[in-house]
Each structure stands twice: as structure tokens, then as C-alpha cells.
Design a protein around this ligand. Structure first.
Ligand SMILES: [Zn+2]
Length: 232
């Protein structure tokens, strides 16, 4: 968009889509950019289907726990929050009232929730956060062991969206070490899996990726209709 087109957009729309990802290991078979690539693809397709604009993806997130794997890049939570806050503040200057964040990485969630609170209180902006893997209906397509980090569901999505970037021979199945569910503490991925894969990834396929992508998108289109009804 040129600024003229943006001006037109802001005069007729109060909602915009913002994909946010991470750059971190996704097993030996997937690109480091898996989380931002998926978030951006979802956001762009959602924009096409709804007529709302999508911003460019913010590719770096909070990924300290993956830092034993080469190529992972992490951003401190406070730097991450401050940076995105400034993006939201700019949007609010242009009369945006609602931002739908397509979050591609679970490690960003705590920071984004704080931002959603601050944005509402300080910028009069409603921030909605969507994470594709939270969709209950994914269980109709993949079993529990296929839903983990870098497992079949993520690998299938990459195989569908960017087939040339999946290393088929690299797909690995690894049962992660169990952890105490009653306790929360800071842990590194390396303490639970050698390969970076949590569960089964060899069962991935392009076709399965397409199914998940369609499932996520059709659900998101309905969520956008709900978001449109929300009033600040
Ligand atoms: Zn991921």
C-alpha cells in the first residue's frame, strides 16, 4: 500500500491483522523460520478472504529455550514488548481500534497478553491473539503425538506452504522426556529432546498440511466476524 491507499484503508476499516513469529529450531527437517512462515501465510490468506489488511510479519520472538540449537535467534521479553507496543501505538494513531495478532510461537504468548492489557488501557486498542495450534478440531486430523513442537502438524504445514524447504530425510520421531505437570519452571528444549522434535514427525504430508491450513482459515474467518462485533 502507498500512504494514500493506507489513508483510504484507515478511513473505512478499524481492524488490522499482525502476524508475529519466531526464528528457532524446528527439528532437523524444518526451516528455522517455521513459526513466522506459518504465521505470515495464515495472515495473508486471512487478509484475502476477509478484506482486512495484514501487516508484514515480525519474525523474531522470545526463544531463549531453543538457544542450544544453531541458528535460533531470541529477543528479550521486554525488548519484544516495547517494540511491538510502538507498532501498536502507531496503528492507534491511524485510528485502528482492533488488532488481530496471528501468533506463530507459544513462547511469545505471555508477553503478548501483557501487551493486550496495556494496549487496551493506554491506547484504547483491543488486541486479539490467535494461535493456530490451539484449535480443538486439529485433533480430528492429528493424534496427540503429532501435535508437538516440530512434529507432524507443523512439518505438514511447512510441506504444504513451502515444500522445497522441508528436508524429508531429516524427519525424526522422538519421545520427549516427561516433566512434572504440577510445576512450572524455566527449562531448555535440549533437556527434553535431542533432535528438537517433540513427538512424531515422520507422518507428515503436504495433503495433511493443506487440510490443517483450510481448517485454521475457515475457523479464523468466523472469528473475524465475531471480532467485528466487539466494541471497545
Ligand atoms: Zn513452531
Amino acid at each position: 500500500m502507498s500512504w494514500k491507499e493506507a489513508e483510504e484503508y484507515f478511513s473505512t476499516h478499524d481492524l488490522i491483522i499482525l502476524p508475529i513469529g519466531s526464528n528457532e529450531q524446528h527439528g532437523p527437517q524444518n526451516p528455522l523460520g517455521t513459526d513466522f512462515l506459518i504465521a505470515e501465510a495464515i495472515a495473508e490468506e486471512l487478509a484475502k478472504r476477509t478484506g482486512f489488511a495484514s501487516l508484514r510479519c515480525i519474525p523474531y520472538g522470545v526463544s531463549f529455550h531453543h538457544m542450544h540449537f544453531p541458528g535460533t535467534i531470541t529477543v528479550d521479553e521486554f525488548a519484544f514488548m516495547n517494540y511491538i507496543y510502538e507498532v501498536l501505538k502507531s496503528l492507534s494513531k491511524w485510528k485502528i481500534k482492533k488488532v488481530l495478532i496471528i501468533n506463530g510461537h507459544g513462547g511469545n504468548l505471555n508477553s503478548l497478553q501483557i501487551l493486550a492489557r496495556k494496549a487496551r488501557e493506554e491506547l484504547n486498542l483491543l488486541v486479539f491473539i490467535f494461535q493456530w495450534w490451539s484449535l480443538k478440531s486439529l485433533e480430528n486430523y492429528f493424534n496427540k503425538d503429532e501435535l508437538g513442537h516440530a512434529a507432524a502438524v507443523e512439518t505438514s504445514l511447512i510441506a504444504y506452504l513451502y515444500p522445497e524447504w522441508v528436508n524429508k530425510q531429516g524427519a525424526i520421531d522422538e519421545t520427549p522426556r516427561e516433566r512434572e505437570k504440577e510445576l512450572t519452571w524455566f527449562t531448555y528444549t535440549k533437556e527434553f529432546t535431542e533432535s528438537g522434535v517433540f513427538g512424531v514427525s515422520k507422518t507428515f504430508s503436504r495433503e495433511r498440511g493443506k487440510e490443517v491450513f483450510e481448517e485454521v482459515l475457515s475457523h479464523l474467518v468466523k472469528l473475524v466476524e465475531e471480532i467485528e462485533k466487539e466494541k471497545i
